[in-house]
Design a protein around this ligand. Structure first.
Ligand code: SF4
Ligand code: SF4
Length: 93
């Protein structure tokens, strides 16, 4: 019985620690689009659960922009989805 309590307590502690570092990263980092690399493929938009990104389509071409920086949690999902190396995390100003 004690063994199970230790395992459960360890898992809870791990979740709390991971959550702490995730929140810390979200407060200090935000996504940045490298415009010259963006093809406008939308893969990152589909991947972003927080709807922080938006496609911009004008005479200069099609590319993604960070529509809502407050919504970005710096989770990196969009970076992983981007095949064009057009996204990076930068420090929030
Ligand atoms: S996945 Fe990359 S190339 Fe495609 S729209 Fe997003 S930033 Fe641009
Ligand atoms: S880092 Fe995460 S929250 Fe921020 S734009 Fe990319 S997928 Fe969305």
């Amino acid at each position: 019985m004690t063994k199970y309590i230790i395992i459960i307590a360890s898992v809870v502690l791990l979740i709390i620690i991971l959550s702490y570092f995730r929140n810390k990263r979200a407060k200090s980092k935000v996504i940045h689009v490298i415009d010259d690399n963006c093809s406008g493929c939308r893969a990152c938009i589909k991947k972003c659960r927080h709807k922080a990104l938006e496609i911009l389509d004008n005479e200069e071409g099609r590319r993604v922009v960070l529509k809502n920086p407050q919504k970005c949690t710096a989770c990196r999902d969009c970076i992983i989805a981007c095949k064009f190396n057009a996204l990076e995390l930068v420090n929030r100003k």
